[in-house]
Ligand binder design. Structure first.
Ligand code: PMP
Length: 352
C-alpha cells in the first residue's frame, strides 16, 4: 500500500510523475535507450533541458533579465555560490536575515567571502516567527533570506522591499505559489521538495548582477560560466532534470501556480484548523508566519509522542516526526500532497 508521505525532503511527487519517470529509465520515448544512458548533449536530452527551462520561465513568469540554471551541489552549494558571485572582493558586505538553521548555514559560508551583517534574527524564540521592521544597509552587495523555514515551519508572506539585490533560498516553497521574480537578484532551490528528485538545484539569476566582484571565481562556482554553457559546463544531473521537467508539466496541467497555491492554502488551513481546535495539540509559530509547506506541532503531553507516532504508522502515515531541534511533529505538505492524506492525518489526530 502507498503510504501518506509527510517527509520534509526528499519528498512526495505526483504518482503520475513517478510512473513516467520509471518508464523513461527503461525506454526513453521509444528510443530503445534509457534516459540515463544517453548523452546529455544528445538532441533528445537537450530537448528535455530546453523544455524544463521553458516551463520554469512560463510557470514563474521569469523576465528576460534573468537566466534559469539547473546545477548540482544542492542549496548548500548556493550558500557559497551566491556569496562568491555577488560579494565584492574589496570591502564586500552582505546582509542576512536569520530565520533558522538553513539561514545560519548560509551565513557561515558567506563569512568566508566578506563582511556579513545579520540585520534581523528570530533566534531569541527558537525561530518561531519571521522578523519584521528591520532595515537593510543600502551599501550591502545583497540581502539574503530563506523564504520558507523547513525545520521551524515559518514562511515569509511578504518579501523585504529594498534597492539592494534580494537573494532567496526558496528550497522548500518554490513553485508553491506565484512570486514576482523581477523583485529578486537570485532565487535558488534544491529540487527535492516541490520540483523533483535530489540532485538538481534550480537557480534563477539576474544577469546584470554578475561579473562585478573583482574576484577570480573557480569555474564550477561561476554563474557566468554556467550561463554560457547552458548548464552543461559539466555533465548536468540528467535524471533529476528530466523528472523535474515532468513535474513542471504536471504543475502546468493543474492550472499553473495560482491553482497550486489555492490547493496548498486549503490543505494548510485544514491542518492548522485541527491543531488549533484539538486540545491535545499546539503550534507555537506566530500565526501570520505559519508555513503552508511544513506544519510543525507538538503534543501538549509529550510523554505521548511515541504513542502518536505509532497511531500514525498504523494509519499508513510516514515521516511526521519533528526535526530534532524543534521536537514534536512536522507534516510537510508540499504541492503533491493530496487532501486525502492531510485528512488521514487529521483523522488520527481527532481519534487521539
Ligand atoms: N535550505 C532549505 C530551506 C532547506 O530546506 C534545505 C534542505 N532541507 C537546504 C537549504 C539544504 O539543501 P541541500 O540539501 O539541497 O543542500
Amino acid at each position: 500500500m502507498k503510504k501518506h508521505n509527510f517527509s520534509a525532503g526528499p519528498s512526495i511527487l505526483p504518482q503520475e510523475v513517478f510512473e513516467k519517470a520509471s518508464q523513461a529509465v527503461l525506454d526513453f520515448d521509444n528510443t530503445g535507450l534509457s534516459l540515463i544512458e544517453i548523452s546529455h548533449r544528445s538532441k533528445e536530452f537537450v530537448a528535455v533541458y530546453d523544455k524544463a527551462v521553458a516551463l520554469v520561465k512560463e510557470l514563474l513568469n521569469v523576465p528576460e533579465t534573468h537566466e534559469v540554471l539547473f546545477l548540482q551541489g544542492g542549496a548548500s552549494m548556493q550558500f557559497l555560490m551566491t556569496a562568491i558571485n555577488l560579494m565584492k572582493n574589496e570591502g564586500g558586505k552582505a546582509a542576512y536575515v536569520d530565520t533558522g538553521a538553513w539561514s545560519s548555514k548560509a551565513i557561515k559560508e558567506a563569512k568566508l567571502f566578506g563582511q556579513v551583517d545579520v540585520v534581523a534574527s528570530s533566534e531569541d524564540t527558537n525561530y518561531n516567527y519571521i522578523p519584521k521592521g528591520y532595515s537593510i544597509p543600502t551599501d550591502a552587495d545583497y540581502v539574503h533570506i530563506t523564504s520558507n523555514n523547513t525545520i521551524f515551519g515559518t514562511q515569509f508572506k511578504e518579501f523585504p522591499t529594498t534597492e539592494v539585490p534580494l537573494v532567496a533560498d526558496m528550497s522548500s516553497d518554490i513553485f508553491s505559489k506565484p512570486v514576482d521574480v523581477s523583485k529578486f537578484g537570485i532565487i535558488y532551490a534544491g529540487a527535492q521538495k516541490n520540483l523533483g528528485p535530489a540532485g538538481a538545484t534550480l537557480v534563477i539569476v539576474k544577469k546584470d548582477l554578475l561579473g562585478n566582484t573583482g574576484r577570480t571565481i573557480p569555474s564550477m562556482l561561476d554563474y557566468q560560466i554556467h550561463i554560457k554553457g547552458e548548464s552543461m559546463f559539466n555533465t548536468p544531473p540528467v535524471f533529476a532534470i528530466y523528472v523535474s521537467m515532468l513535474n513542471l508539466e504536471y504543475m502546468k496541467a493543474q492550472g499553473g501556480l495560482k491553482a497550486v497555491e489555492k490547493h496548498n492554502e486549503e490543505k494548510a488551513a485544514m491542518l492548522y484548523n485541527e491543531i488549533d481546535n484539538n486540545p491535545s495539540f499546539v503550534n507555537s509559530v506566530a500565526k501570520e508566519d505559519r508555513s503552508l509547506m511544513n506544519v510543525v506541532f507538538l503534543l501538549k503531553d509529550e510523554s505521548k509522542d511515541a504513542e502518536f507516532l505509532a497511531a500514525c504508522a498504523e494509519a499508513g502515515i510516514s515521516n511526521v516526526k519533528g526535526h530534532r531541534s524543534v521536537g514534536g511533529f512536522r507534516a510537510s505538505i508540499y504541492n503533491a500532497m493530496p487532501k486525502e492524506s492531510v485528512q488521514a492525518l487529521i483523522d488520527v489526530m481527532k481519534k487521539f
